[in-house]
Design a protein around this ligand. Sequence first.
Ligand SMILES: NC(=O)CC[C@H](N)C(=O)O
Length: 442
Amino acid sequence: MSSPRSGVDVVTEALAEVHGRYGSLSDGRVADYIPQLAFADRDCFGLALMSMDGHGYRAGRCGVSFTLQSLTKPFVLALALAELGPDDVGRSVGAEPSGEAFNAISLDAVTGRPANPMINAGAIAVTALVPATSPAERFSRILECLGRFAGRTLYVDEDVYRSEVETGHRNRALAYLMRGTGVLRGDPVQAVDTYFRQCSVRATVTDLAVMGATLANGGTNPVTGERVVPEPVALQVLSVMAMCGMYDAAGSWMLHVGLPAKSGVSGGLVAVSPARFGIALHSPLLDAAGNPVRGVAALRELSERFGLHLMHNAAPGAPTVMLSTTTSSGRIALIAAQGKLDFTAAERVLFALERRRVGAPGGVVLDLERVTGMDATAKAMLERALTLLIEGGHDVTVVGDLPFRARGTWRRSTDRAQALAAAEHALTAARDPNPDPGRHAG
Ligand SMILES: NC(=O)CC[C@H](N)C(=O)O
């Protein structure tokens, strides 16, 4: 796909630009240790981005399918984690970067566990963990799960599968070693056979972008709307990808691109910008670490251009605290906030409150009328602060209808001016013995 001639599609334009810039790189080699992979078209290059809202963008050849190979590893890990949980999975495989090639014999001297699930040894162990009553059922569960990530039914390339079976002696050796250390339960030949089938599943760049977007979106496929894995599983998988997804180039990838990612020997790569999008590409020319040369260059540029690095500070949003003052009576601290509240926004509100707070029995009016939402952390922080204020003898009013609980007696209001008037009244009443009729228990 070329850059759009009209309209405002700057995302496609950016993809097309990097596609054009790096599509002519001819360094690297097509993997041929699995003979069928040597037939890959070295000129093929496609790049697709799928946002967590399900908006898709493409450049180059994105509809051509290729075998996913190691790109299946994070998604099968997700299945095992969803079924068994991290403790059980962790008994069979570690989560440490190996700093070695994908086919390394990276087994811990004491536990016998492979270093992580993104190298072959770890992936074979994880595949064998998927609960099933037979190898056929295990593979069909894996295939079905990959399809749910992609949002469509996927198929095995039988030629590539046979090619892997014929040449995969090293993978068989890894499986036998793990059988020896006790990490792999069951038949090592069957475990590797399931793993070969899994590696031979075909998908397109577009499919792979959807698979990445599902992880970006906390485990829910943004195109089909289906929850594929629970949110904590998506987080765990992305963590492992961030540390181990790019084999022995994981460190320099994190330094220069800074996104959880996974590559495979057929030249595919998927990277995830958490809570933003999945981006995928296919280009069979691989560098020495087994990562696609054009893809690494393209993603490095896109990451810089769009500020995607995980360690990049998020752009400051609108100021959280719109108003922070003490009323003319000197008795009430008034703080008004806006936007969506997370840890940082809640901390800003509480910092302002702490600075304005008048000694008890002072009043506090917290105007959250223009707060559009809050996450669980912000809610817990504000509730705790309200409880502390009430316990400290403050007269507390919250303006707005956000769902809050706080122990003790406090007021809720829909209008800031009324809230201030009621608070002044209550503070005056507190000094004289008449009870305040406006107060209720929350
Ligand atoms: N890095 C990869 O994609 C490796 C997968 C391949 N099927 C193998 O096991 O050798």
